[in-house]
Design a binder for this molecule. Structure first.
Ligand code: AHR
Length: 621
């Protein structure tokens, strides 16, 4: 590998090149990054008609002690379903309640992780026909072990109308498979609605589960594309994500059934929270909105203006000042300053649809006029043929085999250097080469990203997909980060992406690889400055996609031979004994980068690049 290390022929890589794509898929948000512990907190998941299914809520008590049903008496206009508990037993008389009481419990998303010493805020709305004596507790499954509890008491007049209850529970013990119980031993009728339980230790109190949030911080993403994906489109428009239903007080949000990934979301993680997430990650938000097209139905271009207005209102929500209609709602939610929204994508994977071009042009014209600085992303792939419509960027999605992904390292060598830039907003090796996240997949993707880095004059952004999977609801394989209520690990593709975090804004060095024996090798060189020690490094990345080791000779030209320092120079290698190896909850670090010190550095170096490996050398200048 010959590198012009002087930097004279180098080129700056866009600050935006490597980011993340968050889609509400696999319970990534509801039951994942969004730390709400209660599933179906408003009892709306069974639909607006009553009686309805209250799953996953369950009844504690028998037919002779309690009647539980839904009715439509909620105080919240956009989600009228409430839970009615008619308690038939009492603490005295001839129908005595069980000692632990009767009521309901919620198991959360495959168990709530309650941790000793941690605090949990429980909020709900209640109404009753008589005095209220309600025990609120976290217990293990089967009601075993009281982890934390409190009694909510009130006179009949206190709860004759809907009343908000807030309680702070401190856990006495740990159980990752807990549930929230609301029980009583007092006869009468109680209504419950909007029952929420959140850990207090979310990032800045913003509601993001801290361990999953930290995994994102470690990626140093320059942008976050959200909230989908197909989640934005819906199988049917009536089930698409609509931002106006996902802002304002959480209790008032209707929630919706995401019909593509087949689960209900209460939409606590809504449009505001996505913008907040971007800000907390110091990443640029990229908002993907519905353009009047779903998987199965479409709005005609002649009727799409209400959708255009909805998008304009969404931009005003993010960017408008506090006196604007939608900006004032953002301000009322605790964010008076505008969010830094500079990129929007018109739809997701809709280019081939009948009305896409017509609809797109309506959105493009209106947004361009109102917000000339916003960059607009088209769904149509401009890498093979030039776009027939104006756009600042075009979307490129690729899910493929490992060999094909490896070969696509050169795809962008061939695209025109003028015109809109590419946003590779979804890429991953899928199918049998990937399993649930193999080393093989990560190596092919690393080669592809090296290709993007080298073509970053025409590729402005790239993100892996999907980001998260709750192991209890795998809708898509593989994913970057796997979790359940209390465990998590990165797949090899997650760790592979970390090798590119420092590329954003770095200088790409001109380099050429003379492959004598192997065409399974791909390599690049950058220089970057650490924000931690402010020192400059030359970073060489090399993927060996083949089964034999390669002796890589590196020549760093144009560099004062004494300017490289052994001390502080490191080598990190992502490999494993078998190329199909994966990480798991039991072996979360089976395939992770191993870092070592580089003993001797110089203008000319020989590095053994292990079979099936991704190697990174950071040479301190
Ligand atoms: O990443 C999973 C899905 O793949 C996305 O929802 C969609 O855009 C693509 O088809």
């Amino acid at each position: 590998l010959t590198v012009d290390a002087s930097g004279a022929s180098g080129r700056q890589i866009p600050e935006t090149l490597f980011g993340i794509f968050f889609e509400e898929i696999n319970h990534a948000g509801a039951g994942g990054l969004w730390a709400e512990l209660v599933s179906n907190r408003g009892f709306e998941a069974g639909g607006p008609n009553i009686p309805s299914n209250i799953d996953p809520w369950s009844i504690i008590g028998s037919e002779t002690s309690i009647n539980v049903e839904t009715d439509r008496t909620s105080c919240f206009e956009r989600n009228k379903v409430a839970l009615r508990l008619e308690v038939l037993c009492d603490s005295t008389g001839n129908n005595i309640c069980p000692a632990d009481g009767v009521g309901v419990y919620n198991p959360g998303f495959w168990g709530m992780n309650i941790e000793q010493g941690k605090k949990y805020k429980v909020v709900f709305y209640a109404r009753s026909t008589g005095p209220l004596n309600l025990s609120v507790s976290f217990t293990g499954s089967n009601s075993v072990g009281n982890l934390a509890s409190t009694m909510i008491k009130g006179s009949a007049s206190d709860f004759s109308n809907w009343t908000k209850v807030e309680a702070l529970l401190v856990a006495k013990a740990t159980n990752p498979n807990s549930r929230l119980q609301l029980t009583t031993t007092t006869k009468g009728v109680i209504w419950l609605d909007q029952v929420s339980a959140m850990p207090l230790d979310t990032y800045k109190g913003h509601g993001f589960r801290s361990d999953l949030f930290q995994m994102l911080v470690d990626m140093k993403p320059s942008f976050i594309r959200f909230p989908g994906g197909c989640f934005v489109e819906g199988d049917w428009l009536m089930n698409a994500f609509r931002w106006k239903a996902a802002v304002g007080p959480w209790e008032e949000r209707p929630g919706h059934f995401g019909d593509v990934w087949k689960y209900w979301t209460d939409d606590g993680l809504g449009y505001f929270e996505f913008l907040q997430l971007a800000e907390d990650l110091d990443a640029l938000p990229i908002w993907v909105f519905n353009n009047g097209v779903s998987h199965n139905d479409e709005v005609d271009t002649t009727a799409v203006l209400p959708f255009v207005q909805e998008a304009l209102d969404g931009i005003e929500f993010a960017r408008g000042d506090q006196t604007s209609k939608w900006g004032s709602i953002r301000a009322s939610m605790g964010h008076p300053e505008p969010f830094n929204l500079k990129y929007v994508a018109v739809g997701n994977e809709d280019c081939g649809k009948k009305n896409y071009r017509g609809n797109y042009l309506k959105f493009y014209g209106a947004i361009r006029r109102a917000y000339p600085d916003i960059e607009i992303i088209s769904n149509c792939d401009g890498s093979s043929t030039p776009l027939d419509h104006p756009a600042d960027m075009y979307d490129y999605h690729i899910y493929t085999s490992a060999n094909d992904m490896f070969s696509r390292a050169t795809t962008f060598n061939r695209v025109t250097r003028s015109g809109p830039k590419a946003f590779v907003s979804e890429y991953a090796v899928t199918g049998k080469d990937a399993g649930q996240g193999s080393l093989l997949a990560a190596l092919a993707e690393a080669a592809f990203l090296i290709g993007l880095e080298k073509n970053s004059d025409v590729v402005k952004m790239a993100s892996y997909a999907p980001l998260f999977v709750n192991a209890n609801d795998r809708r898509w394989n593989p994913d970057s980060i796997v979790f359940n209520s209390f465990q998590l690990y990165g797949t090899p593709s997650y760790w592979m992406q970390l090798f590119f975090s420092e590329s954003n804004g770095a200088t790409l060095l001109n380099s050429s690889l003379q492959a004598t024996a192997s065409n399974s090798l791909i390599a690049s060189a950058i220089t970057w400055q650490s924000s931690v020690d402010k020192k400059n490094y030359i970073r060489i990345k090399a993927v060996n996609f083949g089964a034999t080791a390669v002796n890589l000779k590196i020549s760093l030209n144009g560099l004062d031979p004494n300017s490289l320092q052994s001390s502080g120079s490191t080598k990190s290698v992502l490999t494993s004994t078998n190329v199909m190896d994966e990480n798991s909850f039991s072996q979360p670090k089976k395939v992770v980068p191993i870092q070592s010190l580089v003993q001797s550095v110089g203008k000319d170096m020989n590095v053994i690049v292990a079979p099936h490996s991704f190697t990174l050398l950071d040479l301190l200048k």
